[in-house]
Design a protein around this ligand. Structure first.
Ligand SMILES: [Zn+2]
Length: 285
């Protein structure tokens, strides 16, 4: 897909699975189960769908990656719990398929530092060392999120693994952002605080076509349903308000919503219904 000077491609970085009940919060299983199946351990299929944004800015080629999947620093227990599976899709393989080597990546936008978004940001480099996976890239995280990631609550500490993000600071490859300003022409942010503190959603626009990267505000297309809110969220009522505001803007302005974790739909536009919103048309990424 083309938006202004940017060519945008979905990068499938792997598959995993999370508890269906946790994914849909208060929605009863008989309702969500009609839309998505579970495995023997009540988990639903999930994707790790990153975004690759390529373009020339000020005569310089930029290769921008949005989120990095779960990475490869997992032990057998983690692989089992989250059913991490790189047999079909893999971050570096998908990038190579798009003609991109790790050293080509100039910028990495991390929506937030949860392990299923920042896990691929760093890689084990031997002898107990962990290094940035993209050695020439600048990584971007919101300052307020960076602080939260190091001092999470007793509820969400399990979603943060310091080895995913602290090496970025140590390698001096981290830029902390404060707010929604564009970091490149036509690439700005919207911030939400319901899922975690200061989650940054890339908002890419050329004035005509706009793409909003949902990250964990709407992790799947099923989360377009207003009360379909993950149990993982630290402030679910804020998620509710933020989601309603994003969906209203998306319906009104024909935004393309990109779903990071959805096994069913990669991207879509939405339209209002009597009760809320629904997927209007699916968009290929
Ligand atoms: Zn998250």
């Amino acid at each position: 897909m083309q938006i202004g000077p940017y060519t945008i491609t979905a990068i499938e970085a792997g598959e995993f699975a999370l508890d269906g009940g946790a994914m849909f919060g208060i929605v009863p299983k008989p309702l969500w189960e009609k839309k998505i199946g579970v495995d023997a351990r009540n988990r639903i299929d999930m994707r790790l769908r990153c975004l690759l944004i390529r373009g020339e800015i000020g005569g310089k080629k930029r290769t921008i990656l949005v989120d990095t999947g779960m990475g490869t620093k997992w032990d057998a227990k983690g692989i089992d719990i989250y059913r991490i599976d790189y047999s079909r899709y893999d971050l570096l393989r998908s990038l190579a398929g798009a003609g991109i080597q790790p050293t080509d990546v100039t910028d990495v936008i991390l929506t937030h530092c949860h392990f299923d978004h920042a896990g691929g940001a760093t890689t084990a480099a031997g002898e107990g060392q962990i290094a940035p996976s993209f050695p020439k890239a600048t990584y971007y995280v919101q300052q307020a999120h960076w602080e939260w990631a190091q001092h999470p609550s007793d509820k969400d500490w399990g979603s943060f693994m310091a080895h995913d993000f602290l090496p970025l600071m140590e390698a001096k490859q981290l830029t902390l952002l404060a707010g929604t300003d564009e970091i490149f022409p036509g690439i700005g942010f919207r911030l939400t605080n319901g899922h975690t503190a200061a989650l940054q959603h890339p908002l890419i626009t050329d004035g005509t076509t706009t793409l909003f990267y949902c990250a964990d505000l709407l992790p799947t297309s099923l989360h377009v349903g207003i009360p379909w809110i993950m149990a993982y969220d630290i402030r679910p009522l804020e998620t509710l308000a933020e989601k309603k505001a994003v969906l209203a803007d998306a319906a009104r302005n024909r935004w393309i919503l990109a779903f990071e974790h959805c096994p069913l739909v990669a991207a879509a536009r939405v339209e209002p219904t009597e009760k809320g919103y629904r997927i209007a048309d699916v968009v290929a990424l």
